[in-house]
Design a protein around this ligand. Structure first.
Ligand code: PGA
Ligand code: ZN
Length: 412
């Protein structure tokens, strides 16, 4: 019998890929097994996400997480010592009850999630199995198709592009290894195209290039050219996915793109996407409309049938919000970000609801990331089929891809 009782829970403040503080937690079991997890952080966050607890004050621009760290080392550690690490649902319920708020604002979703994930990792280590195997059993076998964000705009870059993410989907690949081969060669050919045009190749928060371009159409042309220059057929071997992150554009009435200043009603924005979809090999659009524009979401999901419409800010990895979306046919896929929910259990519950409802599932990083690779294992464990973890550049993004390469090797 492996002794999986929690012996110690400890947290510290570390830094994310933007140099902003975040929480890392360790869980140590009586048998000596340990798990460590670090929490990511968004820039274009959804209004209904679980609360990220920040210190405010002068230090670290008010973004310190020492209060969240103290909550782990104090209240949370005390409540979890002596509990069985593999009773994830019980562990997470204890933390939710201890927090007592609607959105984890008392202890902080950053404090709670770090412990929730570290606990699962400690249990996996105690049983001597990799995390994807611990979470998914023998049933977690599907390698996810990546959506690689190779042109960054919106809140993730200081360029003039309003659409936040232009992603490539190497859908013609027959293995994860091959998706990386295709993705990295398109990334390299895009870099060359930009240099040829004397455009900067500096990158945004998720590792994609962030040049100033004259329009979204120019960005899409550039992607198609990069795909073709790498020797692949746009739309056949490699398709395009967008994350508009349009909650960032929402006004009291309609939308205003903050960089270009262009204004749209919900209906005009839908027409705009229809035009883009008819001209370019786009297969997926995330948050095409704002998080409050449920009618718009229902309309675009109906109008662009055949295109994956993904709710990120719309659903915030929340079962109740997803349930509402399912009843209103607001989308046909969900982005899964564990820190929007705040516990592993709630994340898994949302994934299960999505899968039972025929929704696509995309496990996702945040724009502020760490070297933690939990989402790679999670994607495989639940057979999500899709992952969003940035460009094949910047180590906090590549760490997840490298983890998936190792998982594919282990599963052969
Ligand atoms: P965020 O962006 O992590 O800054 O919220 C990612 C996304 O919108 O998908
Ligand atoms: Zn998004």
């Amino acid at each position: 019998m492996i002794e999986t009782l929690i012996a110690e829970v400890r947290a510290r403040q570390i830094f994310d890929s933007r140099g902003i503080p975040t929480v890392s937690a360790d869980v140590e079991l009586a048998c000596g097994a340990k798990g460590t997890a670090a929490v990511p952080s968004g820039a274009s966050t959804g209004k209904y996400e679980a609360h990220e607890l920040r210190d405010s004050g002068d230090q670290f621009g008010g973004k310190g997480v020492l209060k969240a760290v103290a909550n782990v080392n104090g209240e949370i550690a005390e409540a979890l010592r002596g509990k069985r690490a593999e009773r994830q649902r019980e562990i997470d319920s204890i933390m939710i009850a201890l927090d007592g708020s609607e959105n984890k604002s008392h202890l902080g979703a950053n404090a709670i999630l770090a412990v929730s994930l570290a606990c699962a990792k400690a249990a996996a280590n105690a049983y001597g199995v990799p995390l994807y195997r611990y979470l998914g059993g023998i049933n977690g076998t599907v390698m996810p198709m990546p959506m690689m964000n190779i042109l960054n705009g919106g809140a993730h870059a200081s360029n003039n592009m309003d659409i936040q993410e232009f992603m490539i989907v190497p859908k013609g690949a027959r293995s994860f290894f091959e998706t990386m081969s295709i993705g990295t060669s398109v990334y390299a050919s895009l870099s060359k195209l930009l240099r040829d045009r004397r455009l900067p190749t500096a990158v945004g928060d998720e590792g994609g290039f962030a040049p100033d371009l004259s329009s979204d159409e120019e960005a899409l042309e550039l992607l198609c050219d990069a795909i073709a220059a790498a020797g692949y057929r746009p739309g056949t071997d490699v398709s395009i996915a967008l994350d508009a992150a349009a909650s960032e554009w929402a006004q009291v009435d309609g939308y205003r793109m903050p960089k270009s200043g262009r204004g749209f009603s919900s209906a005009q924005l839908i027409e705009y996407y229809e035009k883009l979809v008819s001209s370019y090999p786009i297969i997926s659009i995330e948050d095409p409309l704002g998080e409050e524009d449920l009618e718009g979401f229902t309309e675009i999901t109906k109008r662009l049938s055949g295109i994956q419409i993904v709710g990120d800010d719309l659903f915030v990895t929340n079962c109740a919000r997803l349930m509402n979306g399912i009843s209103q046919k607001s989308a046909n896929a969900i982005l899964i970000k564990p820190n929007q929910a705040g516990t592993l259990t709630e994340t898994l519950d949302t994934i299960r609801l999505a899968q039972r409802s025929g929704y696509g599932v995309i496990v996702s990083h945040r724009s502020g990331e760490t070297e933690d690779t939990t989402i790679a294992d999670l994607a495989v464990a639940v057979n999500a089929g899709q992952i969003k973890t940035g460009a094949p550049a910047r180590s906090e993004r590549v760490a997840k891809y490298n983890r998936l390469l190792k998982i594919e090797e282990e599963m052969k």
